[in-house]
Design a protein around this ligand. Structure first.
Ligand code: TTP
Ligand code: MG
Length: 391
């Protein structure tokens, strides 16, 4: 029996050669060349990742960089820029968030997404297209009915494709493959199994359980269920993210309250956008201030109802600032929203239309932002900020 027929469709989205792809995108002269991103060979660094061109030479993640450069002396070697990769990663996850709030972030370039049964494959194709068009990054998406098969589907489809591995295809497509294809089975386990004559996933699926128990103890059942394509692990969705924050340190301490409020407005807009992208609502807003003597305070407020509204976050921040601003100048200002949960915002002010208009404006802004990247439409107040530093 192969389970997973009743639950949602699951996608595993994994960017291809992520750091190297960002470098090739941002430096067109590296496109088509072997690129290695990693620690310096002089300090015994290791390879973080390498482009598919470099993989042809046998270069792999976690290999000493010195060894990688021996294998591929003509490679472009780069130390990497984590801050930039993190920003790109956030942009990618924000795109996923437009399609579903059911997102489990696994790593900087990998996330599981959930969709209603039957909708996953079409969503995957659309996500693949949007990521290519808007961010110009290669992405592989595996589609199935559970996390395990979605992961295997992506491994089979790599690079830059959408692939499916439905439970009913497991006997034909998965069982003939060797054990290495099964995530979670380390090289030591593979060797043990090979020694007792099990070399394909099909053989593992059919092996007597008591034989496997000798080698795997209590894990034998899980191992065999994996070989049969069964996996009941739920998505650990983004709702478990506890808080989202924005902060800014000024290059010169700021004494102008209006300028601080403009920064708060921009931060509230970013937080509102990030909440809406993830289909989340926040219960609390907290303000962080650092004074010129480095004293730092944070002050929270719980909202009457959960929100994803820029304006409500801003108004709360503004009130907190008025109450706790202390003595100028300020060195850092930050905003955080916490108590996150999923759901639609209650339309509290429907009769007056205020809440509705606010929501419409936020939606227009989000669409523009998705189209053009970064914040494009500011409220008048954000414009007070003299020069918005783009980061
Ligand atoms: P992966 O998704 O494992 O690798 P990748 O995206 O480079 O290549 P693939 O096409 O096979 O998915 O990891 C994502 C990023 O994490 C990768 O670009 C660099 C970083 N990373 C390390 O820094 N060290 C490592 O050992 C690995 C595996 C990844
Ligand atoms: Mg990857």
């Amino acid at each position: 029996m192969i389970s997973g027929r009743d639950g949602p469709d699951i996608l595993l989205c994994d960017l291809d050669a992520f750091f190297a792809s960002v470098e090739q995108r941002d430096n067109p002269q590296y496109r088509g060349l072997p690129v290695i991103v990693g620690g310096s060979p002089a300090s015994r660094g290791v390879v973080s990742t390498c482009s598919y061109e470099a993989r042809k030479f046998g270069v792999r993640s976690a290999m000493p960089t010195a060894r990688a450069l021996q294998l591929c002396p003509e490679a472009v070697f780069l130390p990497g820029d984590m801050a930039r990769y993190r920003r790109v990663s956030e942009q990618v996850f924000a795109i996923y968030g437009r399609f579903t709030p059911e997102m489990e972030i696994v790593s900087i370039d990998e996330a599981y997404l959930g969709f209603p049964a039957g909708k996953g494959e079409a969503a995957a194709k659309e996500i693949h297209r949007v990521v290519r068009e808007e961010l110009m990054l290669p992405l592989t998406i595996g589609v199935s009915r559970n996390k395990l098969l979605a992961k295997i589907a992506s491994e089979m489809a790599k690079p830059n494709r959408v692939g499916t591995l439905w439970p009913e295809d497991v006997p034909a497509l998965l069982w003939p493959r060797t054990l290495e294809m099964l995530p979670g089975l380390g090289p030591a386990s593979v060797r043990k199994l090979n020694r007792i004559g099990i070399s394909t996933i099909g053989q593992l699926a059919a092996a007597p359980l008591d034989l496997l128990q000798k080698y795997f103890g209590n894990s034998a059942t899980v191992v065999q269920r994996s070989a049969r394509g069964i996996d009941d692990r739920p998505l650990e969705t983004i709702h478990k993210v506890k808080s989202i924050s924005e902060e800014k340190t000024f290059s010169k301490d700021l004494a102008d309250e209006k300028a601080i409020r403009a920064v708060l407005m921009a931060q509230a807009e970013n937080l509102g956008y990030r909440l809406r992208s993830g289909g989340l609502l926040a219960r609390t807003v907290s303000l962080k201030l650092r004074f010129s003597d480095f004293r730092t305070i944070t002050r929270d407020r719980t909202l009457p109802a959960p929100t994803d509204s820029d304006l409500e976050i801003y108004q709360t921040a503004r009130e907190l600032f008025a109450l706790h601003k202390g003595r100028p100048p300020w060195r850092l200002v930050g905003l955080r929203v916490a108590g996150l949960g999923s759901g639609q915002q209650l339309a509290l002010f429907d009769s007056s239309g205020t809440a509705k208009k606010e929501e419409d404006l936020a939606q227009v802004r989000d669409r523009l932002r998705e189209k053009y990247g970064g914040a494009v439409l500011y409220r008048a107040r954000s414009l007070l900020k003299p020069k918005r530093k783009k980061d």
